[in-house]
Design a protein around this ligand. Structure first.
Ligand SMILES: CC(C)(COP(=O)(O)OP(=O)(O)OC[C@H]1O[C@@H](n2cnc3c(N)ncnc32)[C@H](O)[C@@H]1OP(=O)(O)O)[C@@H](O)C(=O)NCCC(=O)NCCS
Length: 180
């Protein structure tokens, strides 16, 4: 995939998405290392600024990942991030990931709006056929958010991951482009 076009902006009612830049590093690393985010992610090691800069160089700038920052319409405040990764150009699909760092803003529909904007970008701008998302079965807000955004549960992989000494179920969500 080509890298994200630098001037793109995806606009919703209360938020917009803009491409991530190196200036977002401090915020993204802080958000990604918050307990509420780490506990809901499969990859759990703390991320350093250096690792994040490597990610930007090797994944984002090469187009292997299309990553956006979620910003408030009212004040341009950066709130979190949503991205596409694991592009499969043969089958025209990718995987979505999302995290909001500003916890006090969770539960106001921001995640749902960001996930919808990402779906629209994937389907209309990139012309993908399918997005998928992996969600830990205990992550009720992510389950509800993906359902609200238009995903459906396709599978539940039982005791798929050993996290903190406990086997956890993993739900696979899918959203299909009705037009391509
Ligand atoms: C998942 C996340 C992005 C959702 O963002 P958000 O802005 O809070 O999401 P929304 O407000 O759009 O929707 C949350 C939904 O979950 C529901 N919800 C929240 N907590 C819940 C709980 N404990 N049980 C059941 N439903 C819950 C809300 O009621 C809402 O559903 P509704 O609109 O049908 O009522 C955010 O919580 C987050 O960043 N979590 C940590 C990282 C993470 O889990 N990322 C996803 C990994 S797959």
């Amino acid at each position: 995939m080509e890298p994200v076009k630098k001037d793109i902006r995806l606009c919703g009612q209360q938020i917009y998405l803009r491409p991530i830049t190196a200036e977002d590093t401090e915020s993204v690393v802080r958000w990604r290392n918050e307990k509420a985010v780490v506990d809901n992610f499969i990859y759990r090691k703390p991320i350093s600024e250096e690792e994040h800069r490597d990610w930007l160089r090797n994944k984002v700038e090469t187009g292997l990942v299309h990553q956006f920052i979620v910003c408030g319409n009212a004040d341009d405040m950066p709130l979190g991030s949503v991205y596409l990764q694991n592009f499969d150009e043969v089958n025209r699909k990718a995987e979505e990931g999302i995290f909001l760092g500003e916890r006090k803003l969770c539960g106001r529909g921001i995640g749902t709006e960001a996930a919808k904007l990402m779906l629209s970008y994937a389907f209309r701008t990139l012309g993908l056929h399918k997005l998928m998302a992996r969600v830990l079965a205990y992550n009720q807000s992510s389950i509800r958010m993906h359902e609200n955004a238009g995903y459906t549960q396709e599978a539940c992989l039982k005791e798929e991951l050993l996290l903190n000494g406990k086997y956890e179920d993993l739900i696979l969500f899918g959203a299909i482009n009705p037009e391509k």
